[in-house]
Write a protein that binds this ligand. Sequence first.
Ligand code: FAD
Length: 382
Amino acid sequence: MNNKPTIAVIGAGLGGAAAGALLQKAGYPTKVYEQAPAFARLGAGIHLGPNVMKVMRRIGIEEKLNAMGSHPDYWFSRNGMTGEYQSRIPLGEFARENYGAAYITVHRGDLHELMVSTLDQDNLYFDKRLVDVDDSGNKVVMTFADGSTEEADLVIGADGVNSRLREKLLGPEAPIYSGWVAHRAIISAEKLKAYDLDFEACVKWWSEDRHMMVYFVTGDEKEYYYVTGVPEPDWNHGTSFVDSSREEMRKAFEGYHPTVQALIDCTETVTKWPLLERNPLPLWHENRLVLLGDACHPMKPHMAQGAAMAIEDAAMLVRCLEEVGAEHYQQAFELYRTNRFERASRVQQVSHDNTWLREDEDPAWVFAYDPFEVPLKQPTSQ
Ligand code: FAD
């Protein structure tokens, strides 16, 4: 007989999928509701540091990811114009030995598909957009855009930067447009063979106010990916991304190293995304509702740690429910917030400043972290 509370996770992004998988593994009757009718393999990559891979181990997909991903030996930072090396951060074997897991880069769509496949498919609902919650009784009543209602004891808002649950807790407030965009393109590595240039497995090309991060997204190194950070004063498109072009890329990276020019020449399609942020939220949970990931700390992606923070949040939330006993969910939620706020806010700030690994530095505070093993801090007041 299962006495654990029923839990609804809103959003099956990377944070929601991690939360759902870990909760179901821990025996919580958990349903995951996603607004999208289905997921597509969008043209984008993602870094998974050792901090995330330790959570993937608990979910049971670490080995599959190791087989799927590219394993860079270093993160290089280079001067965008001259190509001079600014930092060489050891990953590869060094990461496995010193941080407790691999550092990989993968296709975001492949990662997402694998994560979603770990969920109990009978309790995963697509085309379910949450529009309202009523948290005034013994259960939370959720209303969806299709007019249906569902109940759960606890509700986790993993519903991204425009979170409906955040709005419910804190009122309507649009995220802040950072004044930066990101271009994203996947390039066939076959095309790059025409150039007598070295295309490194994980390299960030920098100049004063912009950068281009480049890496492979598959273990067989057939797909190479770039993602930029480029200032653009306004974003008035009203959509989450728009098409960009080779011409726009050439203009944005004029004067950059021949390797970067080759990537632009080989670009077939490229999209452009506004980078959104929020200041640290004063409230992460109330009564039976709790937030995680971009719903409570969206950030510029310049540390490649946004999804990592969502996944670490999911792990810490499940750990705190187990630690305190889910019947004391308010204490568990406060323990979770206490143990996540400082780290997530620090990562938000460093991402905002875009200084991460630009010069040689010790990344252990990010990569060595394990949300299941880090000593828990107790809340100062309840
Ligand atoms: P999301 O991934 O946004 O998922 C939210 C989900 O909730 C979505 O599926 C959405 O459809 C659903 N949803 C929303 N509203 C509702 C509703 N009302 N009802 C039901 N469902 C709803 N992070 C890294 O760790 N490494 C990287 O290399 C990296 N690169 C990035 C590059 C770029 C250009 C950008 C923009 C981001 C990058 N990030 C990276 C950050 C990362 O993408 C986000 O931080 C991460 O996706 C947040 O996960 P999440 O689950 O909190 O939110």
